[in-house]
Write a protein that binds this ligand. Structure first.
Ligand code: GKR
Ligand code: MG
Length: 431
């Protein structure tokens, strides 16, 4: 008998997960970050899970979205985009301008909607895979590799969140200069076997970050290195950095903000440029590719609208001879599993993907995903191959319920103001 794929129940659980004091150009991560966990149940009692950003603006869209799902089938994946169009969006919450408050490029209503779609799409694929006895990668056409490589995501950071701030502790220690960045990289390598390293920049004046990259290159000869200041530099600064350390870099990620500035940089250097900030929607591709502004697009299945859209993006990139890899923001194991499934199906994946996962001490899964030799093995179990730990989910949800609202929106500048009361998100270019 064929399975009944009808969706009978959808559950949304906003949570707060511990996050270390990682520094970026806007400020510092808050001690807890909001995520949203989506669960879908079919008439046969099969469940599927998805994960996405959990700030209120996502929740406000996810609720009416969930209400429209019941009665549809988990295989109706294209319908998710129709539902997204139906869900009313208060555009005043978003900006069509470059949002310097965001590290993921322009924030539009469309992008918010797609970030919500992605969690439902992943949950549907998980349930569909379980119903059919197939892994998610098989539903995407099948894996072309058995393991997906990730890079160590190095951050300047404090040892602890500011005194008096409720937070979970970790044992990583501070990293505020080249020697401690190298030490952090060593631990990433020891713990997870990573062989490629990305440093989040835009935190210190460029010369200090240049020194950190040089120290990494000396400590790990031959290992691919990247530096990502999130658009904090002017075109001239970007070109100076490219000239000084370009030879050590696999690529420079978003040195300058926006396609015109990236195009100017790209025109005057041979160092490949990657982005998760100026190409974040299909609409942004034409200008960026026509101007040869980027050589690698870092997809994020959340804001690109899911795993199937990620494959479509990869196909467009392949058509234009542009590389593709993956961006990451603070995320848990459901997202890592989804990233791994889709990445396993993309033919021309020549760069290790990014993942924040090693920084997350908490998860909602019964078993954490593991990096071996810097890679995550592609699961062949039905669906995503992960299992929700309901007690952990409840615990993290209670933390969200108990919060007075201050942590329900990710705000790196607000977190920085706790340590530096006068802090405002620097205008870009900062240097
Ligand atoms: O987690 O601080 C961070 C990152 O800066 C993140 O917000 C970015 O979206 O990792 C991202 C990037 O590659 O730009
Ligand atoms: Mg980036």
């Amino acid at each position: 008998m064929s399975p009944d794929l009808t969706i009978t129940d959808v559950r949304l659980t906003p949570i707060l997960v511990a996050d270390p004091p990682l520094l970026n150009t806007q400020g510092v991560h808050q001690p807890y970050t909001p995520r949203l966990i989506v669960e879908i149940r079919t008439a046969d009692g099969i469940t599927g899970v998805g994960e996405t950003y959990g700030d209120t603006k996502y929740l406000e869209l996810a609720r009416p979205f969930a209400a429209r799902l019941t009665g549809r089938r988990v295989s109706d994946l294209n319908a998710l985009f129709t539902i997204a169009d139906e869900v009313s969006v208060d555009d005043s919450r978003t900006s069509s301008q470059v949002d310097v408050g965001g590290l993921r490029g322009v924030q539009t209503a469309d992008k918010l909607r797609l970030s919500v779609v992605s969690a439902f799409e992943v949950a549907c694929l998980d349930a569909l895979g379980k119903a059919l006895g197939l892994p998610v990668h098989a539903l995407l056409g099948g894996k072309v590799r058995d393991a997906v490589e990730y890079s160590a995501y190095l951050f300047y950071r404090w040892a602890d969140h500011p005194e008096g701030v409720r937070a979970e502790k970790d044992d990583w220690g501070a990293a505020l200069d080249p020697a401690s960045v190298v030490e952090q990289a060593r631990r990433f390598k020891e713990r997870h076997g990573f062989t490629s390293f990305k440093l989040k920049g835009g935190v210190f004046p460029p010369d200090e970050e240049i020194a950190a990259v040089r120290a990494l290159a000396e400590a790990f000869p031959g290992h691919p290195l990247r530096l990502d200041p999130n658009g904090a530099w002017s075109v001239d600064t970007s070109l100076r950095v490219a000239q000084e350390i370009g030879g050590l870099l696999e690529y420079l990620e978003d040195p300058a903000l926006g396609t015109p500035a990236m195009a100017e940089v790209a025109a005057r250097t041979d160092v490949p440029l990657a982005t998760n900030m100026c190409v974040t929607t299909f609409a942004e591709i034409k200008e960026a590719f026509a101007r040869d502004a980027v050589q690698v697009v870092l997809s994020d299945h959340h804001y690109w609208g899911g795993l199937r859209n990620t494959r479509e993006l990869a196909a467009v990139c392949r058509t234009f001879g542009v590389g593709v890899s993956m961006h990451s923001n603070t995320h848990l194991g459901i997202s890592l599993a989804a990233m791994t499934h889709v990445a396993s199906t993309v033919p021309d994946l020549h760069h290790a993907c990014d993942s924040h996962y090693p920084w997350q001490s908490e998860d909602v899964l019964t078993e954490r995903l593991v990096f071996r030799d810097g890679k995550v093995a592609v699961s062949d179990a039905p669906g995503l191959g992960v299992e929700l730990d309901r007690d952990r989910l409840d615990f993290l949800h209670r933390r969200w319920q108990d919060d007075d609202g201050a942590l329900r929106e990710r705000d790196d500048a607000a977190a920085m103001r706790v340590a530096e009361p006068g802090w405002v998100t620097p205008s870009v270019p900062r240097w």
